[in-house]
Design a protein around this ligand. Sequence first.
Ligand code: BTN
Length: 246
Amino acid sequence: FGKTLHWFDTVESTQNLARAAAEEGAEEGTLFIAEQQVSGRGRMGRGWVSPRGKGVWMSMVLRPSVPIHFAPQLTLLTAVALCRSLKRLTSLPIGIKWPNDLLIDGKKISGILLESAAEDERLRYVIAGIGISVNLEQLDYPAELLDKATSLRISSGTKWDREDVIADFLKEWEQLYFLYQEQGFGLIITLWEALSVSLGKSVRLVTPQGEMVGVPIGLDDSGAIRIKLADGTIKPVFSAEMGEPL
Ligand code: BTN
């Protein structure tokens, strides 16, 4: 990964560049990194604060040869790789909030956005977008995000080298991706559950099919989170907004 690396100064979103390159046939592992994004994108149509030089704003082209419904597995794999790498590097108490936000003391330091294109029920390519708030300061965030977002710098009191962060993450990511392709998703489930801060606490979930309250108890083989409802039934949820513990 990163054999072909495109490092830009200012872009709208590295996701757009990676997607255009993937359409043109860019090979797996091609990376797009920017110093600054002026229209950084988050999940659920939200924006992503990406000020110049202060974070890792990166998109990678993946070409996994798996059916389309495996996309959630790749999201969870990416969260595990990033969490393991950042914990090792910084020793900060980082956990994963389902599906793929990394949190320190309940505040977000990193987000992952997977966008994919499919053909005949198989993934043609996946763009894995990774945003890591490395050296942002409080003044970099709009006031309404201050109680929800943090950075490695704010949480640790020191600045971090972005290239170290990128290099360590890519190493971890490659290892896990290799194991995943060799051995399947089981290992990722175990690692994700061990790093998760979302299990065992009752939460409200807003899904495309409506709201529910339940207790997340783990992942299933496809990458859905298993929610135990008040009547004891267990429901797999693929996509939702998960609230704070009730
Ligand atoms: C989220 O948690 O909502 C996902 C945030 C993903 C942000 C990254 S930064 C690099 C890539 N380019 C974007 O525009 N978004 C992703």
